[in-house]
Design a protein around this ligand. Structure first.
Ligand SMILES: Cc1cc2nc3c(=O)[nH]c(=O)nc-3n(C[C@H](O)[C@H](O)[C@H](O)COP(=O)(O)OP(=O)(O)OC[C@H]3O[C@@H](n4cnc5c(N)ncnc54)[C@H](O)[C@@H]3O)c2cc1C
Length: 376
């Protein structure tokens, strides 16, 4: 386990200021629906504007429309977006993990087709991993892709696929042979593919981004396969580093915290001030850990254990922050309140239990951490 202390350079701080001042103009307070971190609203126009700034696909290679920047520079942009609850839902998954994975494992054709569009904020990816009987034990998944002519015939069901209905592509993991781990292969499935139907599942806060996907005799040409046949498990594991170790794992409630910290209720309240101090100290520590993971990614490493450690601790922190603000609120916040911060807090109370489930449950992450530590 290595999480080395690191700080932003002067150039990185300049980028932070640039993003901050652009966001003040592009998203004036009250002009957009506040989001809870990565579950921000889906706003393709905002995603395209962000792409035009060069702030999507930042670490993708320049020959494919990316910007050849670093994972740390991407972290800086993302941190500013999440701090204001920006509408990041359309581009989130593609920018965070599908793009980098396609850059690494995609064919030349896939890279030329998709990476420039990810960097311009024109496409939206969903993650097709979990199935009704395969969540924690993902490698037991049963949606089968069977060779047929020059392609694959797919049958099965995916569930809990966030944002699939509004997405343009699903990066899916299918079973291509019986071997548990080496029998899995990734495919890039365009949203309109015949044989795929997507149904929305209502979430506890009334939103409908959660989906179930059925594949009934769906045919995919082999050109949509990503990476080697049987190489899906390793590719998927590497993606989870990008999914687990980032600032998105502890910043969901930042707009709520900022509003609470600057509100009158904290002034002259010793208990609230003590809670705020503890939250600030822990936020700073998590920020340092995510920054350290991003520097490791920039060095070409795949810090699986470190990313799992961040997610396990940080999602519990987000949940505790929600509980603390709710406790100090003095009454039950109303989900339908005209005050956007009140309704956001009400949503956070409803959905925060899911933060330590999505992306792998804490029980599973603890296993990943202990296995990783025992290896050394
Ligand atoms: C908000 C949200 C968004 C999501 N988005 C997506 C998405 O976009 N794409 C996608 O593919 N999936 C998504 N998921 C699914 C998520 O990855 C799974 O819910 C998660 O991996 C757990 O799987 P499960 O629900 O099948 O629970 P199970 O695996 O059935 O687990 C049930 C309980 O048993 C525990 N458990 C299971 N196995 C063990 C073990 N070996 N040791 C100890 N405890 C164990 C678990 O920790 C959990 O508490 C999302 C989930 C949520 C809540």
């Amino acid at each position: 386990m290595r999480l080395e202390a690191t700080e932003l350079t002067d150039d990185e701080r300049a980028l932070q200021q640039e993003v901050r001042s652009w966001l003040r103009k592009r998203l004036p307070v009250g002009s957009y629906p506040l989001g809870l971190g990565m579950s921000g609203e889906i706003d393709p126009e905002f995603s395209r504007d962000l792409g035009a700034q060069g702030w999507l696909g930042m670490a993708l290679p320049t020959e494919y429309g990316g910007h050849g920047r670093t994972a740390v520079e991407r972290l800086i942009v993302v941190e500013e977006l999440l701090a204001v609850g920006a509408p990041v839902g359309f581009h989130w998954v593609g920018d965070r993990q599908s793009g980098p994975s396609i850059a690494k494992h995609g064919t030349e054709e896939q890279k030329r087709d998709l990476l420039p569009r990810i960097a311009r904020g024109e496409v939206s990816f969903a993650i097709g991993m979990s199935e009704p009987d395969s969540g924690s034990d993902l490698a037991s998944l049963r949606t089968r892709a069977v060779r047929e002519g020059d392609g694959w015939r797919v049958n099965g069901t995916k569930i809990w696929t966030s944002g699939a209905y509004e997405s343009t592509h699903i990066l899916a993991l299918f079973r291509t042979s019986e071997d548990k781990h080496t029998g899995l292969t990734q495919f890039i499935v365009p949203r309109e593919t015949e044989g795929m139907s997507i149904n929305k599942i209502p979430f506890i806060d009334g939103t409908r981004h959660f989906c179930e996907i059925s594949f009934e005799d769906m045919y995919l040409p082999d050109s949509l396969r990503m990476g080697e046949v049987g190489g899906g498990w390793g590719q998927n594991t590497a993606e989870l580093v990008l999914e687990r170790g980032g600032v998105d794992r502890w910043m969901s409630v930042m707009p709520i915290l900022e509003n609470w910290a600057t509100s009158r209720s904290v002034e002259g309240d010793a208990a609230a001030a003590a809670d705020l101090g503890a939250i600030a100290a822990r936020s700073w520590a998590f920020r340092g850990m995510s920054l350290s993971v991003a520097r490791m990614v920039d060095e070409g490493k795949s810090p699986v254990t470190e990313a799992a450690l961040i997610k396990e601790m940080a999602t519990r922190f987000e949940q505790e922050c929600t509980d603390i603000v709710a406790r100090h609120y003095g009454r039950t916040p109303d989900l339908h309140s005209d005050d956007p911060h009140e309704s956001l807090l009400a949503r956070a109370i409803l959905v925060s239990p899911s933060w330590s489930i999505r992306g792998g449950t804490n029980e599973i992450l603890r296993t990943v951490i202990s296995k990783g530590l025992n290896k050394r």
